[in-house]
Design a protein around this ligand. Structure first.
Ligand code: ZN
Length: 166
């Protein structure tokens, strides 16, 4: 009798575990193959609008820096600001990092990268602290960045040098 109950219990545990595994697998799979949820997309959009307003107010820059959510970024990176040869300035956000902490991505990473974009637009290509000099910090703070830490050690800017130092 006891053995039978144990078997039943074991069977239930196995079934529950496999349901959980399937669910987790499905969640991972659907996250990987779908765009971010509408809710997160809206938050990114709103933050982008806020950054545009602050950029105009503090720096008189009307230019819009496109924000591109990508799953092609190196997994160690949260985001990147890229100045390309054709003088286009784009901000990339690592889609996979939204899974851990969307608020960090929106309230910290977006102003951080936007400040790099403004530096580029102002013609400042300083390499101090991998692109995080005092000027960058001041810009980041004006964009209401939460942690505008100058001594971050990640390399999150890419400058495709053609003609910019000429
Ligand atoms: Zn940075």
């Amino acid at each position: 009798m006891f053995i039978q109950q144990l078997r039943k219990l074991f069977l239930i545990v196995v079934i529950l575990a496999s349901i959980l595994l399937t669910y987790l697998w499905y969640e991972d799979y659907s996250f990987a193959s779908n765009p971010l949820s509408k809710n997160i997309q809206n938050k990114i959009y709103k933050k982008h609008q806020e950054l545009r307003v602050l950029t105009y107010r503090h720096f008189n820059i009307k230019r819009v820096f496109p924000i591109i959510v990508s799953d092609q970024l190196d997994s160690s990176k949260f985001g990147m600001a890229v100045y390309s040869k054709d003088r286009q300035i784009n901000i990339y956000l690592n889609k996979n990092r939204f899974k851990e902490n969307e608020n960090y991505m929106i309230d910290d990473v977006m102003p951080h990268e936007y400040a790099h974009a403004i530096m580029f637009a102002l013609g400042n290509f300083s390499n101090e602290n991998n692109g995080h000099p005092k000027v960058w910090q001041d810009i980041c703070k004006k964009l209401n960045g939460l942690r505008c830490d100058r001594f971050v050690n990640h390399k999150d800017i890419l400058i495709e040098k053609t003609n910019i130092f000429k």
